[in-house]
Design a protein around this ligand. Structure first.
Ligand SMILES: [Zn+2]
Length: 260
């Protein structure tokens, strides 16, 4: 393992994490779908992992990376704050722009509205998988195995319920099982692309590290607030969703301290 370059580690780590999206969606292939309450709890878990990962594995390392670069104490914080807002803004913009033209034509009425909501959710999952891959890649690129491993495990774990959620929502729209699974699997394949890029950029340019880490955190925070938490609360399972979030949050925190 130690003979692998940080870039190879970043790619393999993010590929492994991304593959858990497809694995999480497997129950759909057999038509065995867990209850909505269970799925909402699992998705809440994903939100908790992402929340902790954005702070402990991205924002704090971003501050640590920025601090030695500046004399002025406010600069590192300013850079990280700006990058977080840029990351959030980038996903907000993509959410606004991408689906509209695409889904306004086509079906009409309430059916179209629910199909559109499902695809918005899928696009949000796909978009945020990119910064997740980026984060894993950056972790390996910046700090080798100990920097990337907690992120790869945490991100991988929260990908499974995300993959399941995507596949189940497509199933609900009448997609055949294999198609629903295939689309869910595809959303996870964005992750190694981000991983390769993240590890590559960080290996080439250390000064970009704080920007990249905080940008990835911002993108994840936007998706947590705008897509994942609302989705887990839509069917009245707030308590279970919050329990899932709490478990995900402390698990990721623990992984980060223990392995990082
Ligand atoms: Zn996620």
């Amino acid at each position: 393992m130690t003979e692998l370059s940080p870039i190879a580690l970043g790619f393999l780590g993010s590929l492994a994490a991304g593959s858990l999206t497809a694995i999480g969606a497997v129950p759909v292939l057999f038509g065995r779908v867990p209850s909505r309450a269970t799925r909402d709890m699992a998705l809440g878990f994903a939100a908790g992992v992402m929340l902790a990962a954005s702070f402990f594995s991205l924002i704090i390392p971003a501050l640590d990376a920025a601090e030695p670069m500046f004399e002025n104490g406010a600069m590192p914080a300013a850079i990280v704050c700006i990058s977080i807002l840029l990351g959030m803004g980038a996903v907000a913009l993509m959410n606004e722009r991408l689906p509209h033209e695409h889904f306004k034509t086509g079906r009409e009425g309430p059916e179209a509205a629910s199909l559109r909501r499902v695809w918005l959710f899928i696009i949000a999952i796909t978009i945020h998988n990119f910064p997740e891959g980026l984060a894993v890649g950056v972790g390996f690129g910046a700090d080798g195995l100990s920097g990337g491993l907690p992120l790869a495990i945490g991100i991988g774990l929260q990908n499974a319920p995300e993959g399941l959620a995507v596949a189940v929502s497509l199933l609900g729209e009448g997609y055949p099982r294999a198609r629903a699974w295939g689309i869910a699997a595809l959303t996870g394949l964005v992750e190694p692309v981000g991983g390769l890029l993240g590890a590559g950029i960080i290996t080439l340019s250390q000064p970009l590290l704080p920007w990249g880490l905080a940008f990835a955190a911002g993108a994840m925070l936007y998706v947590i607030s705008h897509e994942i938490i609302p989705e887990t609360h839509r069917s009245g399972h707030q308590n279970r969703a919050t329990l899932g979030l709490a478990i995900g949050l402390v698990l990721m925190l623990f992984l980060d301290v223990w392995l990082g």
